[in-house]
Ligand binder design. Structure first.
Ligand code: R5P
Length: 292
């Protein structure tokens, strides 16, 4: 098995190759033509080999690089290609909210799966996106990776900033054997939210170490409001954690102003990728890839 890391996921791809018993690892040569079009070339002989391509699609450029990589690997004679998209861009538009909108995650799923024998991603915003694939597709979870990390830290209570993330936080809390609860969230616009404690809280967090866990930190609006609310209500220390850290604009600084620590996984390159999902992706590839 070979592993190719696209430019958005080089570090994670290399870790996955190590987890797969030091599978041969490479990165593509990339350049731009004068008109801005992307050129890439992958080295290595893939004849009758399985190839794992790892590339998050945070930007439209990342997506295009992924599509070209898939074609290059197929041209190189790969027997099967397993496409790992650790951060699957556009996954939050997984349904039509208003007439005239696309189901963006479905549009992307259909293009990515065209040249893939299997697609693997990590912690999707909702299960709807997996349902948009027609080829075998799997979702690795960052929860075991966070459990490994947070076991070594003081964590008294876990909090989901909204009901949508409650199941994720419940599963992490159960592994760690800690209480948890979800805040009530009302989104005002793409950067602002209103949060409040649930009516029947049933969990005390006064004077305690609280970890807020979300799937995505984008502008930081949600996690900053959550940290403020919990601090105002007596939390002694706040750790913020997310699977996918986009950290747009000054999100880092705003979070640092209200939280003691920031944890993200290596699905995206950012300054906080302290938690690796490589072992979880590698085990899933071994299990599902070998089964096909
Ligand atoms: C939304 O439901 C997601 O789970 C995240 O809470 C959201 O994407 C975070 O975005 P932001 O950091 O911009 O508040």
């Amino acid at each position: 098995m070979h592993v190719i890391g696209g430019s958005a996921s080089t570090d994670l791809a290399e870790r996955i190759s190590r987890e797969l018993g030091n599978a041969p690892f490479g990165v593509p040569f990339l350049k731009r033509f004068p008109d801005g079009e992307l050129y890439l070339r992958v080295g290595g002989n893939f004849q009758n080999e399985d190839v794992v391509i790892v590339q998050s699609t945070r930007t439209d450029e990342d997506l295009l690089e992924l599509l070209l990589l898939q074609d290059a690997v197929r041209e190189g004679g790969a027997r099967r290609s397993f496409v790992v998209v650790p951060y699957f861009g556009y996954a939050r538009q997984d349904r039509r909210f208003f007439p005239g909108e696309p189901i963006s995650s479905r549009a992307l799923a259909r293009h990515v799966e065209l040249d893939a024998d299997m697609v693997v991603t990590v912690d999707l915003h909702s299960p709807l996106t997996l349902g948009h694939f027609r080829k075998p597709s799997f979702e690795a979870s960052a929860i075991p990776a966070f459990a490994r990390q947070l076991r070594q830290r003081p964590v008294d209570v876990l909090v989901s900033p909204d009901k949508g993330g409650a199941d994720r936080v419940r599963r992490l809390a159960e592994i760690l054997g800690r209480p948890w609860f979800a805040l009530e969230k009302k989104r005002i616009d793409s950067e602002h939210v209103e949060l409040r404690l649930p009516d029947a809280l049933g969990v005390s967090f006064t004077g305690k170490h609280v970890t807020i866990f979300d799937d995505v930190i984008s502008t930081g609006g949600t996690i900053v409001e959550a940290a403020r609310l919990l601090r105002q209500n007596g939390a002694a220390a706040i750790t913020t954690a997310c699977t996918h850290g986009l950290f747009l604009r000054d999100a880092f600084e705003r979070i640092k102003a209200v939280a003691d620590d920031i944890y993200a996984t290596d699905t995206l390159h950012n300054g906080a990728q302290k938690v690796s999902v490589a072992p979880d992706i590698a085990r899933l590839l071994e299990k599902e890839g070998a089964a096909r």
